[in-house]
Ligand binder design. Structure first.
Ligand code: CTP
Length: 396
């Protein structure tokens, strides 16, 4: 089931290390290739030989140990990891990750990895519930890390509460789930719009909005990571173009309309995360406008509603819209599902400090065409993208 998957496991100090022995054994039986890195403290609980025997690979214990092959180990393991599993994850390693501290083999490898990171914490309940640990957990989530939450029970320190490492089966299931959904969009063509549009007033001025494009770009990355062929039609943003995605840059709503209409026929899934300007100045001055003593009025005319047009011409495509609102969020979002003929809409309240245009997190409600609502707490925008594609996967 996990044949060919490279999983690097960072084992930190804690009595729960013994449970990770079972995780390694189970993952290997499922066909995964496992590399284990042990912290110094972890070796106080279980010897590297145990993990070496079960994983079938040398266990890395030290940044500067005699190399077994001529490569820079923390980089080669980071590159190799399809998934980095951190178990048990202590408060200390999570704090280091959240603040960019890389001072041993596990923290340097994690910082260099571009693979997905799954974290299974285990610690004393008071440490786990400490605001600083919770803040670090939220921060790591906003970076795209996923968690297998600790469970409640009697802890090794004799406290009762949440802090026990999740069971080996739960951790293995989370790993399987990650790889299962990993490529569920293989063969699908996904068209995404992102960012704002700009409507020129004259050669130096324009009307626009505060969209940064972050949500749409994370949707592209998620679709790509799950195997889709992705085309991004983007308004101007300061973001790097996502790797492995066809990119078309546009400025105005009309340009976005033209590009989207050209590409929509071929798409299986269309997600309109762009904040399109509904109006544009009726006429654009061809020279920079000069001020006068009088007030100025600029007549605005309506732009085409791209999503509504897609909805009217919809054939086989799954159509997803966004509704970024400041008030009556659900009511407005529901109206848009109907008027734009959507399969579902992703609504958010942009007055929420965790859900704005510029942040890395969002707080959304997904509403389907029967007006069933599913609300989620604060998540990274990449995780929100995951929820959107989980929903789409059920519709396909
Ligand atoms: N949208 C679009 N073309 C437009 C306006 C909006 O494709 N000219 C899309 C957006 O990409 C988004 C959805 O429609 O997916 C809702 O956009 P939003 O700006 O929230 O709503 P509007 O339909 O423009 O309505 P209003 O501004 O009155 O809220």
């Amino acid at each position: 089931m996990l044949k060919g998957k490279n999983i690097v496991i960072g084992v930190n100090g804690g009595i729960a290390v013994y449970k990770v022995v079972d995780v390694v054994s189970k993952l290997r039986k499922l066909g995964a290739n496992i590399d284990v890195i042990m912290s110094k403290a972890a070796q106080e609980f279980v010897t590297p030989l145990t993990f070496q025997t079960l994983s079938g690979n040398f266990v890395v214990t030290d940044m500067f140990e005699e190399p077994k092959s001529w490569d820079v180990k923390h980089i080669s393991l980071a590159d190799k990891a399809d998934l980095f599993l951190l178990a048990p994850a202590t408060a200390n390693i999570m704090a280091k990750m959240a603040h960019g501290i890389a001072d041993d083999m596990i923290s340097t490898t994690i910082m260099a990895t571009r693979g997905h990171i799954l974290i299974a914490p285990a610690m004393n309940v008071n440490m786990y519930e400490h605001p600083v640990t919770q803040e670090n957990v939220e921060k790591l989530k906003s970076f795209g890390c996923e968690f297998v939450d600790p469970v409640e029970g009697r802890l090794a320190c004799n406290y009762v509460g949440k802090g026990k490492l999740a069971s080996p089966d739960a951790i293995v299931d989370a790993v399987i789930d990650y790889f299962k959904k990993e490529k569920d969009l293989e063969g699908k063509k996904v068209l995404v719009t992102a960012g704002p549009t700009r409507e020129a007033i004259d050669p130096v001025r324009y009307l626009s909005n505060k969209s940064t494009g972050k949500m749409g770009y994370e949707i592209c990355k998620m679709a790509r990571d799950r195997g889709a062929h992705v085309t991004l039609v983007s308004g101007p943003t300061h973001l790097d173009k996502p790797d492995g995605v066809d990119y078309v840059g546009v400025d105005t709503a009309q340009e976005m309309y033209d590009e989207v209409m050209k590409k929509s026929e071929d798409a299986d899934i269309i997600i309109k995360a762009a904040a399109v300007s509904d109006y544009r100045p009726e006429s654009v001055f061809d020279r920079k406008m000069k001020k006068s003593e009088d007030d100025l009025s600029i007549k605005l005319v309506r732009n085409k509603d791209i999503l509504k047009n897609l909805g009217m011409n919809k054939k086989h495509q799954i159509l997803v819209g966004f509704a970024a609102e400041t008030n009556n969020v659900l009511e407005y979002a529901k109206e848009k599902i109907t008027t734009k003929n959507l399969d579902f809409i992703v609504a958010n309240d942009i007055t929420d400090k965790n859900a704005g245009f510029s942040g890395d997190t969002n707080v959304v409600t997904i509403i389907d065409k029967d007006f069933n609502c599913e609300s989620y707490g604060m998540m990274s925008k990449y995780e929100v993208a995951g929820k959107i594609f989980d929903k789409i996967a059920k519709l396909i």
